[in-house]
Design a protein around this ligand. Sequence first.
Ligand code: 4AD
Ligand code: MG
Length: 449
Amino acid sequence: MSTANITATQAPVTTIREIGRHEGQAVTIRGWLYNLRESGKLLFPIFRDGSGVIQGVVAKNAVSPEMFDSVKKLTQESSVIVTGKVRADKRAPGGYELDVSDVQVVQPVPESDPFPISLKEHGVDFLMEHRHLWVRTPRQASILRVRAEIIKAARDFFDDRGFILTDPPILTPAACEGTTTLFPVDYFGEQAFLTQSGQLYIEATAMALGKVYSFGPTFRAEKSKTRRHLTEFWMVEPEIAYATLDDLMKLAEEFVAFIVKRALERRRPELETIGRNLAPLEKIDTPFPRITYDEAVKMLQEGHAKGELENRFEWGGDLGSPDETYLSSKFERPLMVHRYPAAVKAFYMEPDPQRPEAALCVDMLAPEGYGEIIGGSQRIGSYELLLKRIREHGLPEDAFRWYLDLRKYGGVPHAGFGMGIERVVTWICGLEHLREAIPFARTLTRIYP
Ligand code: 4AD
Ligand code: MG
């Protein structure tokens, strides 16, 4: 670190995002050198400060020879405090340029050990290995901004509709979503697990508060390497007392439409930086199409007959990625598939009274082939049936005593869903892989950095 005094600046400190308010004035920004171009007696350093990117202009005859030289030698990602006059320029990406008068170097990146991520192309493995530095690039930083906006939108949606945030535990004694994807934890000599979903606990708080939601990290020890699976991901889960599957589907479509609109409203420049084609997102509005699992099976079998799908889908199976992609490609809005066979779904789902082999559940599939973004259901109301299911699934009865209590003391029909934040970020940003949708992805093969 140099001895640069980061508070004794020459002009009022501002951010690149807000620099337009200071047109014609001298300001100071604090950030990093992103890139440097040279053209005769002019230097064009591009600075970033986390809020945005701006091009500076350093004219040889406007600064001291030492200053000109020190800017000329600046290396990528050196930290700098820059003072200059703000000038409007229609051609500049943010609308402004900075006529630089002073640059203090806070920490120069040595030429002998340059910033590993240069502006040329790198392989994704290399980038993931340097994720702690990769997040500085404009595209990655834009994705993180969109993610933050989606999380804020999700919270606002529920907060403004009378839902109370209740945080479920992360260390839990038992499974919620099947026993094959549990991360074990040694809990003072007892076996515990990282939570797969907050659902069971927010069923309890829903009986206390009516409408609740949780938002937190969830864990799946999935041995799958697909681009849609993380071992640690963030889920937002609403749970509502006195709600049916129909209420849930209505809530889910309003929720997702709200989030897409918010992202378009507030993060359009970032989505453009990412290179997202916005046209498909502009079409997202309620109502969303709804089909039953049986109808989905029919569509898949017809698709196979037409040669559009490799394998013939048989009733009773869970939908795989190619099936989801095929179904959702037939619609421009997210598709809700409801009433799957109970046998392929979780133990807690209420059977359809009209057809007990089907569960009162729904999955929402994002358009453009992005797959499942939401899974939810009405929950089993009957104590006896729930106990039977717990036994059938080989779950430890003792760990579920409290959960069974909820069906003993004033149980009511209730329902909820979970939406994976990274799945939605991946869809809205148009990414290829979930690993870019979270600051530090955890996958089957990666726990570094
Ligand atoms: O469908 P899932 O497994 O449902 C539940 O966990 C319910 N207990 C939720 C509830 O009813 N409250 O997961 C919900 C969502 C999926 O639709 C998907 O968006 C995301 O969580 N998800 C994953 N995201 C990233 N990596 C994984 N391995 C994921 N597994 C599920
Ligand atoms: Mg699911």
